[in-house]
Design a protein around this ligand. Structure first.
Ligand SMILES: CC(=O)N[C@H]1[C@@H](O[C@@H]2[C@H](O)[C@H](O)[C@@H](O)[C@H](O)[C@H]2O)O[C@H](CO)[C@@H](O)[C@@H]1O
Ligand code: ZN
Length: 302
């Protein structure tokens, strides 16, 4: 790849749509500021639902063409955000969407049966070796991925966390697999986070507005594994200027996100600001907080 910009950000995600939901503003902002943004998506999302009636034939239990279709959705979403460097881990379709079920606490969990080619069953070293060359090629200062819980328990999110974390360690090891490129040590690693304050405030507004169906059964005051206490959040990326792009990119993932669905219901009742802020926990590197005690730039201190 020809000479890259000074600032380089790598995001590792499990399915098409995760990147936009979790980091759409972040990606659009850094592209606009001239950084190089690389997205690696580990599966094609083959096992996803199909929320567009005329596309229901694509589903895994029908023609099993949803993964191929979601390649196009992701390309359209990246166009909206301005991201031009997007890859599938090991190439499109190497690792298949594992699917998910819900456990008794309402968290996503591993289905009782998973296919041998599912991402969940992938060998960790082999999958990490598909990511090491990308890290050593791009030489990102910042890596973003899920927390150890995959943020809400989805097996592919958990596996993406593990592969990204392990690949970052391997990529930095001077003596590891010289054939995969020159070693590169990622300076800062962040996990995405759902801010507890944002979650409770937004859900409370939905309920106060009489909406009991969006995120049905979820209580603004209950405890959930997927939320992070704000005292543990190190960086907040705000970007009101990029929210429209994020919303358009979410619309591009039409089989997964509908404008009358929960993600837009949140926006309807909370205005766009619900989607304007994206939260991160720094798990490797040195924080460089501002006067408010938080970072507002993933490259802060570099
Ligand atoms: C945001 C995300 O990770 N989406 C995944 C997830 O999709 C959920 C799944 O289809 C579940 O059955 C639905 O009830 C829920 O509404 C969906 O968000 O899991 C899919 C299958 O692994 C995956 O393709 C999709 O990208
Ligand atoms: Zn996902």
């Amino acid at each position: 790849m020809s000479e890259l910009p000074d600032r380089r950000l790598l995001l590792v995600h499990a399915h098409p749509d995760d990147e936009t939901i979790n980091n759409g503003v972040t990606m659009a902002r850094y592209v606009a500021e001239g950084a190089h943004v690389t997205l690696v998506t580990c599966t094609l999302g083959e096992e996803g639902e199909v929320l567009v009636p005329e596309l229901e034939h694509l589903a895994a239990d029908r023609t099993d063409q949803l993964g191929r279709h979601r390649i196009g959705e992701l390309a359209a979403a990246m166009d909206e955000l301005g991201v031009t460097d997007h890859r599938f881990l090991g190439g499109p379709g190497k690792y298949r969407d594992t699917g998910m079920i819900y456990d008794d606490e309402g968290n996503a969990a591993v289905p009782p049966q998973t296919r041998p080619e599912s991402f969940w069953q992938a060998d960790l070293v082999a999958a990490a070796n598909d990511l090491v060359p990308i890290i050593r090629e791009i030489r990102p200062q910042v890596l973003v991925t899920y927390d150890e819980f995959g943020n809400y328990g989805h097996p592919d999110h958990i596996k993406a966390h593990r592969v990204a974390t392990y690949a970052a360690a391997l990529a930095a090891a001077r003596s590891y697999r010289e054939d995969l490129g020159e070693p590169w040590d990622v300076a800062k690693i962040y996990w995405m986070a759902m801010s507890e304050n944002s979650f409770r405030d937004s859900l409370r507004r939905l309920r106060d507005a009489g909406d009991t169906t969006t995120f049905e059964g979820m209580d603004p005051d209950a405890e959930y594994k997927m939320i992070t206490p704000d005292r543990l959040i190190d960086c907040v990326i705000e970007g009101e200027a990029y929210v429209d792009r994020k919303m358009n990119a979410m619309k591009a993932h039409a089989t997964q996100i509908t404008v009358d669905g929960p993600f837009f219901a949140l926006s309807n009742n909370n205005g766009h600001q619900i989607w304007a802020s994206e939260h991160y926990r720094l798990v490797k590197g040195t924080a460089a907080p501002g006067p408010d005690g938080q970072e507002h730039d993933l490259f802060a201190g570099l």
